[in-house]
Design a protein around this ligand. Structure first.
Ligand code: PBG
Ligand code: ZN
Length: 324
């Protein structure tokens, strides 16, 4: 007779038993798919450091938006490369820029798709920093009115959610004020509240041509060594009116995701960033890992850590795999 009374393996015996006791369920409804829009027409060029991701002109971005909606993915986040750059990044709020035109065109073609507009200046400034400069420093308060311009222009184009990624202090309140004063009270703010100064953004900066021309972003993005400071940023952004809180990057910061999830009532988003994506792609292309397995395991871990929303370049592949 066996002396073992408790046997955890009983609940792992068959796929259906495992499904009955599964604690975390990854769904296509968790995903936001980021796209990069560029000037021109009929452009669809693969981004070298992000295989499977493309620079898309507005017309081809609409095509991609239709594809992701058909897969059941609820949302797209729009990034852009402008036609011109200057000291203050004024193409970021030009209604004729690719981002504003893409937002309007996608809203028209696929009205149910939730459009997130990334609000920052680094793709649009000649120096590549996320705000305007004063001497050799990023001028916090002088940048806020510019971010207000960007947010309002994207909301007027049709964005449902404004996502500031610049890490200036006070930007959530400034953007909320600007939106409300234009009557855009139903546009939400998803704040990149906890955004670390990370090496994992490398491929994105190539893709978006947004690397700083001097120095780095440590003067405004968070120190990867800090976690109490994450709660400070979250509290501030919630007090300023953020509707959704984001932690970024995702994989190396799942402890932070769990902490935030356990301490607030608002939805938590994670950004599975370009470097995380590129590492998986490179290893998969070498045949060193099973891409499907690794991606679904990683995305499930983000959900398990407490994320409600996952912004990921794997969204299209993962949506297809979840259907199989
Ligand atoms: C711009 C911005 C960045 C990312 C999103 N918005 C890069 C940065 O802060 O340098 C990173 C996204 C990614 O790596 O996938 N502020
Ligand atoms: Zn930026």
């Amino acid at each position: 007779m066996s002396t073992l009374k408790i046997r955890p393996r009983r609940l792992r015996r068959t796929e259906n038993i495992r499904a009955m006791v599964r604690e975390t369920c990854l769904s296509v409804k968790d995903f936001v798919y980021p796209i990069f829009v560029v000037p021109g027409e009929n452009v669809r060029e693969e981004i070298p450091s992000m295989p499977g991701c493309y620079h898309l002109s507005v017309d081809r971005a609409v095509e991609t938006a239709k594809e992701i909606a058909a897969l059941g993915i609820p949302s797209v986040e729009v990034f852009g490369l402008p036609e011109y750059k200057d000291e203050i990044g004024s193409s970021a709020w030009d209604m004729k820029s690719p981002v504003q035109r893409a937002i309007a065109a996608i809203k028209k073609a696929v009205p149910e798709l939730v459009i997130v507009g990334d609000v920052c200046l680094c793709q649009y400034t000649s120096h590549g920093h996320c705000g305007r400069l004063c001497e050799h420093e990023v001028d916090n308060d002088g940048t806020l009115p510019l971010l207000q311009n960007v947010a309002v222009s994207q909301a007027l184009a049709g964005a449902d959610i404004i996502a500031p990624s610049d890490m200036m202090d006070g930007r959530v309140a400034a953007i909320r004020d600007a939106l409300d004063s234009k009557g855009l009270t139903s546009v939400s703010i998803m704040s990149y509240a906890v955004k670390y100064a990370s090496g994992y953004y490398g491929p994105f900066r190539d893709a978006a041509d947004s690397a700083p021309q001097f120095g780095d972003r440590r003067g405004y993005q968070m120190d990867p060594a800090n976690v109490r400071e994450a709660m400070k940023e979250v509290s501030l952004d919630l007090a300023e009116g953020a509707d959704i809180i984001m932690v970024k990057p995702a994989l190396a910061y799942l402890d932070v995701v769990r902490l935030v999830r356990d301490n607030i009532a608002q939805p938590v988003a994670v950004y599975n960033v370009s470097g995380e994506y590129a590492m998986v792609k490179a290893a998969a292309q070498n045949g060193w890992i099973d891409e499907k397995r690794i991606v679904l395991e990683t995305l499930t871990s983000m959900k398990r850590a407490g994320a409600d929303i996952i912004i990921t370049y794997h969204a299209i592949d993962a949506a297809k795999w979840l259907k199989e």
